[in-house]
Design a protein around this ligand. Structure first.
Ligand SMILES: *Cc1c(COP(=O)(O)O)cnc(C)c1O
Length: 425
């Protein structure tokens, strides 16, 4: 390779990121002490601060019992509020529009209870054909819940023949032509499979102009690309916190509801005691009085030991800031793209992710011409200590996470691919 290992090391010295804040999994033998971890799009790494913060919260329970609700250093009753500002800043929301709660698909369902409101001919739900399966199952079950046939009600947008990613103009054209039949548009902000960053403001505008509600699944966008949900007029959104947000497996998710919906009395919601105004929560009255905040979509009292790691992690994002992270992300992913082009030039590997940095986050998805993607990922891991992520039959996803991934990690992936691809074929 013309891009050398020394060159990667020099780039790391000049542009170090925040790797020291994270536990990097050790390698199981081989030339390097640590694995090259490029699977932060699947499960982010553990911040070093998480353990001590979590133990602090746990100690408060031992020390205080029930009094911890009010007397803990971070009292449990308002605990979710300690996360709100951070979550709002991350997605470009007003503080009243964001809340951390539940898990992602649960939030999608709770939000669809409010925002999938089919009326007459306007009953369709538009998703991308390559939507993450959970989203597909969620919208199909919502369609059935309303008495519709999901095969007719759920519209799956496909790329043009021979293309891998959706074109904004095709989505906008569809919404212009058939938009009066559409009740809800629910797309991934960054597609999990292709890594394509959608034009969220343009599609939101087109969907709303057609009279539809526009929601976004930001599982692969939150902590990966800058977001301005309020300004873009997005109706609602949800995201998980275990991918780029590094809050641990199954971590609590986020939800966004645009302020224009917050005090709309016609919007239905499934409620519980955490939906009501906290000032009246312990009056134990039979009727809830929700505030005009996304908090009103909460149902139960939150699991403190799951909230803690989200708070710890979002603090890192608040300190570093998305603009700086995004800038480093573009440098790292651009470098990885260069390396991969070099090692795959003569071989049957194609880049599925758009080449325009404005149309992707940090993930690059590679289609391997033949052989099994998971077989390739297995060999990268066991023979080279390189952690990637395979989606059968033929996609390998490689994501340098800008907080902790290095140029050297990128170099290691490319070198490992150069050794492995020919043999897998
Ligand atoms: C990761 C991911 C999910 C996972 O859903 P959970 O409810 O967190 O299990 C759902 N949708 C998308 C688009 C994802 O990327």
């Amino acid at each position: 390779m013309t891009l050398t290992e020394d060159d990667a090391r020099r780039r790391d010295a000049a542009d170090p990121g925040h790797r020291d804040l994270f536990h990097i999994p050790p390698a199981d033998g081989g030339r390097y002490a640590e694995v090259a971890y490029l699977a932060g799009n699947s499960l982010g790494l553990q911040p070093k601060a998480t353990r001590a913060d979590l133990l602090d919260d746990l100690d408060e329970w031992a020390r205080l019992g029930v009094e911890g609700h009010l007397e803990a250093g971070r009292p449990w009753l308002p605990y979710h509020e300690f996360l709100t500002e951070y979550a709002a800043r991350l997605v470009g929301a007003l503080a009243c529009e964001a809340v951390v709660m539940n898990s992602l698909t649960v939030n999608l369902h709770l939000l669809m209870v409010s925002f999938y409101r089919p009326r007459g001919e306007r009953n369709r739900i538009v998703i991308e054909d390559s939507a993450f399966p959970s989203d597909s199952y969620a919208v199909r079950s919502q369609a059935r819940f309303h008495g519709f046939d999901p095969d007719e009600t759920v519209v799956r947008l496909r790329p043009r023949p021979g293309e891998d990613t959706l074109r904004t103009e095709d989505i906008v054209d569809y919404l212009g032509a058939d938009g009066d039949r559409v009740a809800l548009v629910l797309l991934g902000g960054v597609n999990y499979l292709t890594g394509e960053l959608m034009d969220i403001p343009a599609i939101t505008e087109a969907g709303r102009a057609a009279g539809a509600i526009v929601g976004w699944d930001l599982a692969h966008a939150a902590g990966n690309v800058p977001l301005q949900l309020h300004e873009w007029g997005v109706d609602f959104a949800a995201w998980c916190s275990y991918k780029y947000l590094n809050s641990g497996p199954g971590a609590l998710a986020g939800a966004f509801v645009h302020s224009r919906h917050l005090d709309d009395p016609t919007i239905q919601r499934f409620e519980g005691w955490w939906s009501t105004d906290p000032a009246t929560r312990f009056e134990m009255t039979p009727v809830s009085r929700p505030l005009a905040r996304a908090d009103a979509w909460q149902v139960s009292n939150p699991p403190i030991y799951a909230m803690g790691p989200v708070r710890t992690s979002l603090e890192i994002f608040a300190q570093v800031g998305m603009p700086a992270l995004r800038a480093r992300s573009e440098r790292l992913t651009g470098y990885l793209e260069q390396l991969i082009d070099e090692v795959t030039a003569a071989r049957t590997v194609t880049l599925v992710t758009p080449r325009d940095p404005g149309r992707r986050g940090c993930q690059l998805s590679l289609r391997i011409g033949s052989g099994s993607a998971s077989e390739l990922a297995k060999r990268l891991r066991h023979e080279h200590g390189v952690i990637t992520d395979a989606r059968e039959p033929d996609i390998v996803r490689v994501a340098p996470a800008p907080l902790y991934s290095t140029y050297h990690d990128c170099w290691r992936v490319a070198e490992a691919l150069a050794h492995t691809i020919e043999e897998v074929r």
